[in-house]
Design a protein around this ligand. Structure first.
Ligand code: PGA
Length: 252
C-alpha cells in the first residue's frame, strides 16, 4: 500500500481575509494538477481566514487550523475550540509547531492533550516535531524527536493512528533558508517510522504519512520526494504566494 502524499502550506500570521480569498481564485487548476500527481494539497490559514478559505475551495483541498485548544469550551481567552472549527467545516489541525513550542511554551504534554481531543473529534492531526540547532549540533536529534513522538502520542490508540500525520521540521531549518538535505530528512523520517513501529506495529508505521518541513521551496521539494520515507512537505514562506504554491505542486 502506498502512503498518502501531502503538500501543506503553513501561512502562519500572514494573509488577511481579502488576501486569503485572492489566493483561492487560481486554485482550481492547481488542485487538478495535484490530483493528477496523486498528492493531497492544502493550507493552514489564520483562524480569521479559515472560514473564507474553506468556503472558496472544494472539499478535497485541505484547510487546516494552525492550532486549537484541547478543551471544548470555557474560560480560555483568545483560544479557539474544536466545535468552533467543526462548525465551519474544518477537520484538520496542526499541533506542536515549533513556533508555538517556542513562543507559547507548548510542551509535549500539551500537544498530547490537543492530539487526544482532536482524534476523539475525528480530526486529522499534523503533529510537528523537530530538534533545535543546539540539539542538532549535540547529536540529540533522535533523542528529542523520539521523546516528542512518544509523549505526544501517549495513549493515542492504534485505531486512531490513521488520523495522524507527522511533520518533521528541524527548528534550524524553519524560515532560515537552510533546508535539511534530503539525506537528513530521510534518515530522521525513517527513524520516526521505526519509533512508530515500536509503539504500534510495522503495519501502522508503514501506513503513517511523515512529511518534512523547513525552507522547502520549488527548487528543493522534489529531492525529498525521491526518498523512501518522506511523504510530502509542510511549507511556510514558499506557500504564501499562489505562483510559488503552484510551482511547489508542479515540481513535487
Ligand atoms: P518555512 O516554514 O518553509 O518558511 O521554513 C516551514 C514551517 O514552519 O512549517
Amino acid at each position: 500500500m502506498s502512503r498518502t502524499k501531502y503538500l501543506i502550506g503553513n501561512w502562519k500570521m500572514n494573509h488577511t481575509i481579502t488576501e486569503s480569498k485572492e489566493f483561492c481564485y487560481n486554485l482550481p487548476a492547481i488542485i487538478n494538477l495535484a490530483d493528477r500527481k496523486n498528492v493531497k494539497i492544502g493550507v493552514c490559514p489564520s483562524f480569521l481566514s479559515l472560514n473564507t478559505v474553506r468556503r472558496n475551495t472544494p472539499f478535497s483541498f485541505i484547510v487546516a487550523s494552525q492550532d486549537v485548544h484541547y478543551e471544548q469550551k470555557g474560560a480560555f481567552t483568545g483560544n479557539v475550540s474544536i466545535p468552533m472549527l467543526k462548525e465551519i467545516g474544518i477537520t484538520y489541525s496542526l499541533v506542536g509547531h515549533s513556533e508555538r513550542r517556542q513562543y507559547q511554551h507548548e510542551t509535549n504534554e500539551i500537544c498530547n492533550k490537543k492530539i487526544k481531543a482532536l482524534v476523539e473529534n475525528n480530526f486529522k492531526v499534523i503533529y510537528c516535531v523537530g530538534e533545535t540547532l543546539s540539539e542538532y549540533e549535540n547529536e540529540l536529534t533522535q533523542t528529542v524527536v523520539e521523546q516528542q513522538i512518544r509523549e505526544g502520542l501517549l495513549e493515542i490508540q492504534a485505531k486512531d493512528m490513521s488520523k495522524i500525520i507527522i511533520a518533521y521540521e528541524p527548528v534550524w531549518s524553519i524560515g532560515t533558508g537552510i533546508n535539511a538535505s534530503a539525506e537528513i530528512a530521510e534518515s530522521v523520517c525513517a527513524f520516526i517510522r521505526k519509533t512508530i513501529s515500536e509503539l504500534y506495529s510495522e503495519e501502522i508505521a508503514e501506513q503513517t504519512s511523515i512529511i518534512y518541513g523547513g525552507s522547502v521551496n520549488s527548487d528543493n521539494i522534489h529531492s525529498y520526494m525521491t526518498t523512501d520515507n518522506v511523504d510530502g512537505a509542510l511549507v511556510g514562506g514558499a506557500s504564501l504566494n499562489i505562483v510559488s504554491y503552484k510551482k511547489l505542486v508542479e515540481n513535487f
